[in-house]
Design a protein around this ligand. Structure first.
Ligand code: THU
Length: 152
């Protein structure tokens, strides 16, 4: 994507650095795949998260949803961007990690998909950025449930 312009108001380096720090806290005794995420609210606050696995497997939560849950539970429901750093165990980030489908849907709940930016990074300098609408085309969101008044 065209990175100049859309990333203008986004503190990309700070978000990637925050995601890298959060990744160090990942609890991954089963997969060994460690992910860190940093979400930016519309008010420019950053909340971080890591993946947290579970012996029963299905309760595992991804880093992105940990970060979003932290922001929303603190009262910030409008999100602007997220940075993701994910790679198998070890300090070197060998791949660009993309959010799973469930996490894309959770982003959709609290973001404008045309504007929300997903950043996936190997380092502070080496990253890619996408609009959520390109990663989750024709998504289903709160606006579809017109019969219910949604307080956002
Ligand atoms: N994981 C994330 O944290 N984010 C994603 O978007 C994809 C997967 C985690 C879940 C699990 O702990 C590990 O990566 C392997 O699936």
């Amino acid at each position: 994507m065209e990175q100049n312009g859309v990333l203008q108001d986004i503190p990309v380096a700070e978000m990637i650095h925050s995601a890298m720090e959060a990744r160090k806290k990942a609890y991954t005794p089963y997969s060994g795949y460690k992910v860190g995420a940093a979400v930016l609210t519309n008010e420019l606050r950053i909340y971080t998260g890591c993946n947290i696995e579970n012996a029963s497997y299905t309760p595992t939560i991804c880093a992105e949803r940990t970060a979003i849950s932290k922001a929303v539970s603190e009262g910030w429901r409008k999100l602007k961007a997220i940075a993701i750093v994910g790679s198998p165990e070890g300090d070197e980030i060998s791949q660009f990690a993309f959010p799973c489908g469930v996490c894309r849907q959770v982003m959709r709940e609290f973001a404008n998909p045309e504007e929300f930016i997903v950043i996936t990074a190997k380092s502070v300098q080496d990253y890619k950025a996408y609009r959520l609408c390109d990663l989750l085309p024709e998504g289903f969101g709160p606006e579809n449930l017109k019969t219910q008044e949604i307080t956002r």
